[in-house]
Design a protein. Structure first.
Length: 146
């Protein structure tokens, strides 16, 4: 059973808790620090045989992966040279190599603003007793780093 004194204590206590809740809701939010906008994540552009003659636009920090596929037919293997950049200060090759089947690959990192070309050449390797045409097929992509 509640006594008169407990009723008198309960009412101001309940009112005080309700007022505290109102004050907490009405208090201004804490200031948030100003954050600079984040740069978009670096992208990776993949180029293949079909991209010959194409132009690509990159941002500093992006990567370009070149995957050229060789071909074998009638005792002839058409092989690619390892792709290279004309201006290594703009696009720096980080890895590159050729495969026994005639393919070649390389990865380039966009270092700074500029325009350069990525190039490779396809030539023929004959099996013993076969003769290749003396045709060299160039592959070229123009890359602009903004």
């Amino acid at each position: 059973m509640k006594t008169e004194s407990s009723k008198r204590l309960a009412l101001p206590l309940a009112w005080g808790l309700g007022a505290a809740a109102l004050v907490a809701v009405a208090a201004p939010a804490a200031a948030q620090p100003h954050l600079a906008p984040a740069r978009a994540a670096a992208k990776r552009v993949v180029l293949t045989n079909a991209d010959d003659g194409r132009s690509v636009v990159l941002a500093a920090g992006d990567d370009v992966e070149v995957r050229l596929t060789g071909a074998r037919s009638q005792g002839l293997t058409h092989t690619w040279s390892v792709p290279q950049a004309k201006d290594a200060d703009t696009l720096r090759r980080t890895v590159g190599g050729a495969s026994p089947g005639g393919g070649a690959q390389a990865v380039f990192h966009a270092e700074k603003q500029g325009v350069t070309t990525l190039t490779a050449a396809r030539s023929c390797r004959p099996d013993p007793g076969r003769v290749c045409p003396t045709v060299v097929v160039p592959w070229k992509v123009t890359a602009e780093v903004k």
